[in-house]
Write a protein that binds this ligand. Sequence first.
Ligand code: SAM
Ligand code: SF4
Length: 335
Amino acid sequence: MIGSNRSLPVVDSFGRVHKSFRISVTDRCNIRCFYCMPETVRFLPRHEILTFEEITRVAKIGASVGVSRIRLTGGEPLVRGQLWKLVQMLKAIDGIEDVALTTNGILLADQAAKLRSHGLDRVNISLDTLDPETFERITRRKGLDKVLAGIDAAIEAGFEQVRINAVSMAGITDAEIIPLAQFARRKQLELRFIEFMPLDGDEAWQREQVLTGEAIRQAIGQNVGLLEPVARPHAAQPATDYEYADGSGRVGFINSVSEPFCGSCDRIRMTAEGQFRNCLFSTREWDLRTLLRTGASDDQILATMRDSVAAKAAAHGIDSEEFQRPAKAMYQIGG
Ligand code: SAM
Ligand code: SF4
């Protein structure tokens, strides 16, 4: 039965309406990017990870109060067996208009067509470099060739959008920017640069390592092609997009550190073990798994989701004195 509070959207104390839900399906991964995971890592036992049915139930509750977009992430979502089944279950929910995936691409060549045929709308593929040695330095594993094959398979599968996400770090990926921009332009793929955030498993992040989106934009403008700003399709979009003046493609910048966009954030999150979060940088979580596994009603689960959103801070404040890192790293939250 639909409770009386079901018609109201999930709004926080700053009036932000939450429509976008990032769901982590695993904390496991087949590579070890230093900006995300420590080299040696102990993963969650499988029984702690939500089942597809549990994830779908939470997504359905979200959809009943206005969530319309879901992004599956992790860890590496494609290491979770039969992810296409979850895509199919989520796409069948009334009100869910868009299901997207963020992946490192290593297993994508095998899965792209199946995911597409079961309803996956869009794919973001993470690729920080086209140089095999730099790839290995960042990921502590080999596999660039597999990621490139994954990108081609995604293009072939005909997703609504295939986008490349690149994390930029001073002293590590400076020389990668121009080749990546040329690669994306050649392949007609949108490229987004993400600033390095203090969510690395090694807790070694330094402000000086952040290669700002603005510096990258200037380098691309000078070396690849003139860039012109594009109007935001919706206010909650985290990236600032630019288009090549000759119409040959787009580059976006997620300047989470140098230009936070918290004021228009419409995202809520759930970790692989069913902990609900109101922000990537939240230091608090709301335990949906216990509710799911102890017979709580949909209204009780929704009430907890609302409590979390109501407690959402105005901004993450990475650059402020009071900033406190969350206890979890990126792979444990879901990027
Ligand atoms: N494994 C998948 C992947 O790599 O695309 C999905 C999960 S990963 C945590 C999601 C995104 O977060 C990736 O694009 C990754 O590059 C990015 N990321 C991870 N750690 C980051 C950090 N410390 N700062 C900025 N972005 C980060
Ligand atoms: Fe794995 Fe993605 Fe984290 Fe890299 S960023 S270690 S691919 S979860």
